[in-house]
Ligand binder design. Structure first.
Ligand SMILES: C[S@@+](CC[C@H](N)C(=O)[O-])C[C@H]1O[C@@H](n2cnc3c(N)ncnc32)[C@H](O)[C@@H]1O
Length: 237
């Protein structure tokens, strides 16, 4: 075989990497959001390096560590930073306007317990977070990818959930929320089948929204469309 031709396994890996859970939209960035990057990225941003980070050094303390994946415009993350000040938060989001908005929000409350990665969460988790480094992972209203042919883009897949379990400490927690029933069914299929996770509400169960999660933009939109809301809490055994 020509050494530059990928073998079957390499091809599978390449294909897997190219299926992403997001499509980068340019979006419109306001002047305030652009300014936010200049002013506040040095304080809150973590440039992607692809190697494990020492989180005690990043935050300058030891604390319980929470990752929120796909924070959108960051309203929940800002709320959590303020209301759960004893914890440290890493927010991961690819959409620049949302990142800009959160940077401004964090600066407005002078938050010291949040850092932001603007990069694919799959790669951040895999390459920059050490195994067992996290107390909690929160994924709220991940893109539902409604069409069946797009379901492969959904974030909650067995391999990704296994990766989350590697990164969570035993005793840690995975919190998912969605307003799209078909995706919730998939979350149950995947997470209830992961041997390291236990659904707090029992198999295929959901709980009312807990106090630490405020209602987000996407949730409000879903409710206006008449959708239900499911909060799924999994303990990492
Ligand atoms: C439907 S929005 C929900 C936003 C927010 N959590 C909320 O509840 O309002 C999903 C977000 O996840 C982000 N996202 C999707 N896949 C991602 C990935 N692999 N890494 C980082 N962000 C991702 C998208 O850019 C989008 O902002």
């Amino acid at each position: 075989m020509n050494p530059s031709t990928p073998g079957t396994e390499d091809k599978a890996a390449l294909r897997q990497r190219s299926i992403r859970s997001f499509v980068l939209r340019q979006g419109r960035q306001t002047e305030a959001q652009k300014r936010a990057f200049d002013l506040y990225w040095p304080r809150y941003g973590l440039d992607y390096r692809g190697e494990p980070r020492n989180l005690d050094a990043v935050f300058g303390r030891k604390a319980r560590r929470v990752v929120e994946i796909g924070f959108g415009n960051g309203e929940q993350l800002q709320y959590a930073a303020d209301s759960e000040a004893a914890r440290d938060f890493i927010g991961i989001e690819v959409h620049a306007p949302g990142v800009g908005r959160l940077l401004n929000g964090l600066a407005s409350i002078n938050a010291g317990n949040v850092r932001i990665c603007q990069h694919d969460a799959v790669e951040v988790l895999r390459n920059e977070i050490a195994d067992g480094a996290l107390d909690e992972v929160r994924i709220y209203f991940p893109d539902p990818w409604h069409k069946k042919r797009h379901h492969k883009r959904r974030l909650i897949q067995p391999e990704f959930v296994a990766l989350l379990c590697d990164k969570l400490k035993p005793g840690g927690m995975l919190h998912l929320a969605s307003d799209w029933q078909d995706y919730v069914e998939q979350m149950w299929d995947v997470c209830d089948a992961e041997s390291r996770l236990r659904n707090r509400a029992g198999p295929r169960g959901a709980l009312p929204r807990p106090a630490w999660r405020r209602q987000t933009h996407f949730e409000t939109r879903g409710q206006k469309l008449g959708h239900g809301v499911w909060d799924l809490l999994y303990d990492r055994g």
